[in-house]
Design a protein around this ligand. Sequence first.
Ligand code: HEC
Ligand code: HEC
Ligand code: HEC
Ligand code: HEC
Length: 239
Amino acid sequence: MRSFRISLATLLAIAAAAILARPVLAEESAFEGRKKCSSCHRSEYQSWAETRHAKALESLMPGAKTKEKLKAKLDPDKDYSADKDCVGCHVTGYGKDGGYDPEDPGKYLVGVGCESCHGPGSDYRLIHRKAGEAFENKQETTPREELAAAGQEFHFVERCNACHLNYEGSSWSGAAKPYTPFTPAVDPKYAFDFEKAVRDNKAMHEHYKLDGTFTGEPLPEFHEEFQSEAKPAEKGTEE
Ligand code: HEC
Ligand code: HEC
Ligand code: HEC
Ligand code: HEC
């Protein structure tokens, strides 16, 4: 009996330790869709809407990109827009909490949206709102570390690689099926150079001046470069 009690206590201790350890293995925040971002960041939204990322799901429709599909040995008359071997890289947060679901396609998750690059936003967007108010009312700044802890992305490269370098024989070690059909073997123009690609404002969005609400690290090395050439932003408020 006694030894049973001890082992029960031990089990409870292990269970308690496991529960306590959970926040350390931080779970990923949920995706919500671009509407939550674009209501405050109108300029970035309008610029992004013109990009191929925004229109990525259209490329999976029959009749779209016929020449390119033939070259990659795909059927141009086939509808690939709900094909699990394709959609993952042409929408936002596929297969993730709150992300795109082909059974119930929310239009704000169509295409490669804000959260595909900036990270799932359900937690950090709340910090943006609070920090924005504190800055406007009291000129108080907020450390970027809080954003990173809430799941906001500041390095980008791994997120880009997961779509752009995901094919057999790629230089990216994380490659796993389903692969992209558009590889440098199909056409050298599909080679992916992060340093060059991330500076392509026609592919990301134009950059707009920040007021300095957030301060400190982490920041990508190109942040100052982008901000030095940034335009004045048109802002919105959350609806
Ligand atoms: C309630 C309004 C609001 C919402 C919603 C919101 N943001 Fe923000 N965001 C802000 C404000 C305010 C700032 C600070 C801007 C400044 O300093 O000029 C900011 C800053 C940013 C920055 C720059 C951070 C830095 O390094 O300084 C990024 C990137 C960003 N937001 C992306 C997003 C994305 C992606 C979403 C949706 C998931 C989102 N925001 C939702 C208000 C919002
Ligand atoms: C969820 C997958 C995904 C992520 C993440 C992603 N991309 Fe893409 N990207 C695509 C797809 C799909 C296309 C092609 C869209 C189409 O034409 O249908 C594309 C197109 C592009 C293009 C070509 C656009 C043009 O106008 O020629 C560039 C450059 C690019 N991405 C760079 C990046 C960079 C840099 C990142 C990371 C900061 C990134 N992408 C993140 C899937 C992704
Ligand atoms: C692992 C991610 C991934 C998967 C899976 C994927 N794609 Fe893409 N797709 C991309 C990326 C990245 C690009 C942009 C390539 C570039 O322009 O450099 C792209 C581009 C395209 C393009 C535009 C090519 C062009 O030159 O304009 C079409 C069409 C396309 N994909 C169709 C498909 C189809 C059909 C499938 C499924 C059979 C599929 N994709 C699966 C990542 C993916
Ligand atoms: C393909 C990747 C990609 C997508 C999609 C994307 N962004 Fe960005 N975004 C970036 C990069 C890279 C930066 C530069 C980060 C820096 O300078 O610190 C950036 C910067 C920003 C900033 C900081 C100010 C600026 O303009 O540079 C805001 C705000 C922002 N993005 C909002 C958005 C919103 C809103 C969406 C969706 C409508 C979006 N982004 C979609 C890659 C992306």
